[in-house]
Write a protein that binds this ligand. Structure first.
Ligand code: ZN
Length: 205
């Protein structure tokens, strides 16, 4: 980095801290930014700070959104008694892209991973349980279903088992998506047909 002036070095350093950006890519991006019209650079920087400052968690499902309640939770046409639990907002987007799922979601923002020091208290499980306790089961024929759609890697499976243990005593039905999802595969990279098949083939935990 000593080949570059301090400010260029700072820019390269900041970019290389992003996931998937190695030093080489960081240099290429930095020089691209330096060649951009100042107006475009300002727009890029503003988009990042605006998103970071204004995006928050939906108070119902915890997904990242601009409003108090995300568009899915505020949609009366969705089945609010079918709750699909996913690890992050990107997984939610993958299921939304299929256009076939009509329930709602709950975003955990991670998965239990003892090896990485991520315990049950570090993901949004407390929010899931308090949400389930608010559901009124009495005056409705539609029964609540929690669909666990965490990944099929060790962390995802550990999280699924944990959720099952938490939810089952409440009498609420817990299902797990079928294992059509490749082991360790990020849900967001899986094609829509495979996702739908995994959803349709879900089994009770
Ligand atoms: Zn929501």
């Amino acid at each position: 980095m000593e080949y570059y002036s301090k400010q260029i070095g700072n820019l390269i350093g900041a970019l290389s801290r992003l996931p998937g950006i190695g030093n080489k890519t960081a240099q290429r991006l930095a020089f691209h930014i330096l060649a951009m019209p100042p107006k475009d650079v300002r727009e890029l920087a503003n988009a990042m700070t605006d998103a970071r400052e204004n995006v928050k968690c939906c108070r119902e499902c915890m997904t990242l959104t601009d409003d108090e309640l995300c568009p899915i939770c505020s949609n009366a046409k969705r089945n609010h008694k079918q709750i699909m639990v996913v690890e992050n907002s990107r997984d939610l987007a993958a299921y939304e892209k299929t256009g076939k799922y009509t329930g709602v979601y709950h975003v955990l923002h991670g998965a239990i991973s003892p090896l990485n020091g991520v315990g049950p208290g570090d993901i949004r499980l407390k929010e899931l349980m308090s949400r389930l306790s608010r559901l009124d089961e009495d005056d409705d024929e539609v029964k609540t279903e929690v669909i666990v759609a965490t990944g099929s890697d060790l962390e995802g499976e550990t999280t699924a088992m944990y959720i099952s243990k938490l939810v089952k005593p409440t009498g609420i039905k817990v299902t797990r998506i079928a294992s059509g999802v490749p082991v360790g595969g990020d849900i967001e990279y899986i094609d829509e047909v495979t996702l739908l098949r995994a959803l349709e083939g879900r089994t009770e935990l």
